[in-house]
Design a protein around this ligand. Sequence first.
Ligand code: BEZ
Ligand code: MG
Length: 470
Amino acid sequence: MAVRAAEADRYLGGKAGLKAGELHGFWSFLQEIILNLSLNTELESLLRALDGRYVLPSPGNDLVRDPGVVPTGRNIHSLDPYAMPSMQAARAGRQSAEELLRQYRLEHGAYPQSIALVLWGTDNLKSGGEGVAQALTLLGARTKTDELGKIGDVELIGLEELGRPRIDTVMTVSGIFRDLLSVQVRLLDRAARLAAAADEPLEMNFIRKHVLQEIEERGCSFLEASNRLYSNAPGSYGANVNHLVESSSWEGDDELAEAFTSRKGFALTPRGEWTESPDALRSALKHVNLAYQNIDSAEIGISDIDHYYEYLGGVSKTVERLTSARPAIMVGDSSGTGGRQRITSLEKMVSLEARTKLLNPKWYEAMLSQGYEGVREIEAHLSNTYGWSATASAVENWTYSRVSETYLQDPEMAARLKELNPHATMAMAGRLLEANSRGFWQADEGTLETLRNLYADLESRIEGVEEEKA
Ligand code: BEZ
Ligand code: MG
């Protein structure tokens, strides 16, 4: 190791114009990370915790942002609620929110009047509250710090300093965010209410513009029309959109939108209570041009789990049903440690995920080496990709064609899958056929016939085995 480090030191150091030995600290740093990554005390710590014994504490973060998170198997401590967003997160959130607006304007020629922003708890814990800072920036607000350095309130940034309109920002926060970040929930709600109440020209304050419009059209109170922070009822989690999609039990888009608004339609009142207000949520979402969510790290991609399409897809489909127009949908990749925030369209991100995982031999061969569970994981990835068709029309035709060719139309591969996990293989054929029948995938009759035969064959094999067992 020492010889290797010395060689690398000479080579890289030379390239970077450094003198011998100047990278020494860097190699030690990397060595420490590798060592900590290889330690695995999770089971041991779990047993200690169950025994009521002491477990060492550790910060909770992304490995890239804070290498102090390894070794794992420690007691993660989360946050100081009065220090979020941190200074770095406030800066990063401000930059990424302005970048989001810049990119939208580049494509659409104007500011989005209203943005549907999805906020998750774990992301904000990892980033120190970057999503919170983004929301405040969009509204044209910032946190206020007291004499002791505690964040306890928010204030509006004057329009002159802001230099652009306040964007109407409809925040749907996860149940985890609601539970863990109650101080931030209050700050965000207060920022939205301050913006709605500011007596400013309506072309410079889109939230006020929409609130006044709502009062006029629906005859509701100013208080109700200014609700911008929504979550589930206390004690409840998720939008259920994923369950409807996974079980193939939804009949039309309205059902998905209905699930989203009925689950996420609880608004925070200024008294800090959650009240069921699906109509107010619908009214607020009626103005949305852009839906956005941060992807907090490279660890979990948007098609690895069903929750991204449940939330971002769910809110986008709701906007589409309310306005008869699909909003622009963007995601932010904030996993880097510096430089400009990367913001990209959902379609590009879905396609990147498919090319780097589902259709990448390195990924699927690694999955297949895991046997039964690996095939289940491939199937889950396909289902999550399909979720982006169902909720956001974000999957291109070639994606399904290539999945079908790679896994099910190739006899050798199909045989491997069937052998390892016939249930998941049948589910993949079923999902592709469903994508075709719902109009998400145009395929030729020969392809569909192959899939139907495969499905029927596996179904009778599985039923046969089950009958034998009975
Ligand atoms: C959250 O951290 O808020 C979250 C994580 C996974 C799924 C949904 C929400
Ligand atoms: Mg799940």
